[in-house]
Design a protein around this ligand. Sequence first.
Ligand code: DX5
Ligand code: ZN
Length: 216
Amino acid sequence: MKISPSILSADFANLERDIQLVEAGGADYIHVDVMDGRFVPNLTFGPNIVAAIRPITKLPLDCHLMVENPENYIEAFAKAGADIITVHVESTPHIHRAIQLIKANGVKAGVVINPGTSVDAIIPVLSEVQMVLVMTVNPGFGGQSFIKETVKKITDLNELKKANDYQYEIEVDGGIVPETAELCKGAGADVFVAGSYIYDADHPNERLAALKDAIR
Ligand code: DX5
Ligand code: ZN
């Protein structure tokens, strides 16, 4: 089980401190939410931020692209030091090509589905990816409530993985707190993104530890 704290809820004026804090607290990945103001109604980080944080942590940078035409940005994020790049199936008519492009740049590739998208939409690429990200809120903002109906998709992806010997990790993102993490773990999730639960706290690493406890 892995925890990927989302720096969307970190203090941007103290990004180095907030990343090194969770690294010391036992985080497994750093989740970087990239938003373009088009695919989702919010703006966040570009490749320059990834390049800036790359030297300050040893943790893999888990870059979640919520952008239209992700193909146009994959090379830049790879060069900046992304270790994992996940792209939304809803964001491009050429999801297979986008995944191949990520791998051609030497980065682990993942596919993401929104709460309103069914697992069927990504079946043709499941053999190609190292990560499947199941959005458990609608993407765009931190601090939203977990959507329970998404849990069935985790179960289905876990069954497909076992039946076909696929190699992906199942990641969940949005509204993750100990109770919802436990639900997702029961369904087969491997990687848990948490933003506001960890960072909107006086002691983020107590929250990180509580999450680890819940999914142990
Ligand atoms: C939402 C982002 C999430 C976000 C999660 O669009 O993809 O990674 O940071 O935030 P919380 O954990 O607060 O729901
Ligand atoms: Zn995310």
